[in-house]
Ligand binder design. Sequence first.
Ligand code: TXA
Ligand code: MG
Length: 355
Amino acid sequence: MPEADAEQQLKLYHIRLNAKKPSAEAIDIAGDALRKGALVAFPTETVYGLGANALMALAVERIFLAKGRPAGDPLIVHISDISQLETVAREIPDLAYSLGKRFWPGPLTLVLKKSPDIPENLTAGLDTVAVRVPDHPVAAALLKAADVPIAAPSANRFSRPSPTSAQHVLEDLGDEIELLLDAGPTSIGLESTILDLSDGKPALLRPGGLSLEAMSEFLPDLAYAPRYLAESETAPAPGSMLKHYAPRARLLLFHGSDKAVRAAIRAEISKRARNEKIGLMASNADIPRFGNSHVTIERLGKNSQATAKRLFAAMRSLDRQGVDVILARLPEKRGLGLAVWDRLLRAAEGEVIEV
Ligand code: TXA
Ligand code: MG
């Protein structure tokens, strides 16, 4: 083959699907390609995933290259139902089965001891593996058609906000993947909750789409003790690096009473409006307080569920519009609010303006 051909870009097949009833033909093609080693981006109920055959070390390697992800940050394995758990994990505690039965398919990822069939690069050399059963008709059909577990991180470039639409995947990875299954925006909008059950005491590694309150029947004492770290430090656990999910613009996060936060944001706007392009992410209730032509506003909605769904898209949209700075307030840590709080804090590199 002439060299020029070899260097030609991969052709990306962007397939639009009905989210509830995806075309069986398209899914079969995608499943086959994935089994043979292709990278296939697909929707889940949380965010879009960048999928590869979890049993094929070379395909898994391609995920790390495409994302620019450090080799020390392990991936999540997706399976089609709880009966496949033994094919990816071993020494599975009863609690994993109870939680899986109650919450799968759904936004809960369990960290368990890994099966020897899972390649080392997928788990970054750890003896544990993260597993979940996604709750999306396209993901479910793809898992069936591929007939192998699917390794899939969020389909964004490393440290960019996670993708909640096919457009976001194209922005970050359009040149890296063979197939994109596009079924419109995802419903939850932020990633799964990660629970470590590999070592006696259950530990919440990442708050996400399944709230602590929902799990309290099984885990009444579970709390979130984030161990955020700056990039210069050595991470004690994978994925705990502070800078993550970050927009390009600097994010200023405010925390305090309604009144104090609104006043502080107004003051910040008047201070910066002359020299900077300002973006604001705010709830429906807050927006009328800033009806100001000097700011580019992203509406987060009326509650934490709406905010979860909009958050990453809002950050990306403000970046596209070229804002210098983004102003937002920290939500309460209840329900999905805990996951929103976590993503905002990471995006702001841990900095909060207390007012
Ligand atoms: O909702 C989700 O979980 C999405 C969709 C696509 O399923 N996936 C996702 O994957 O968010 P990713 O790679 O962006 O985040 C996976 C997180 C990382 O922070 C990683 O460090 C952690 O899971 N993780 C994976 N395996 C682990 C393990 N064995 N022990 C501890 N943490 C692990
Ligand atoms: Mg991710």
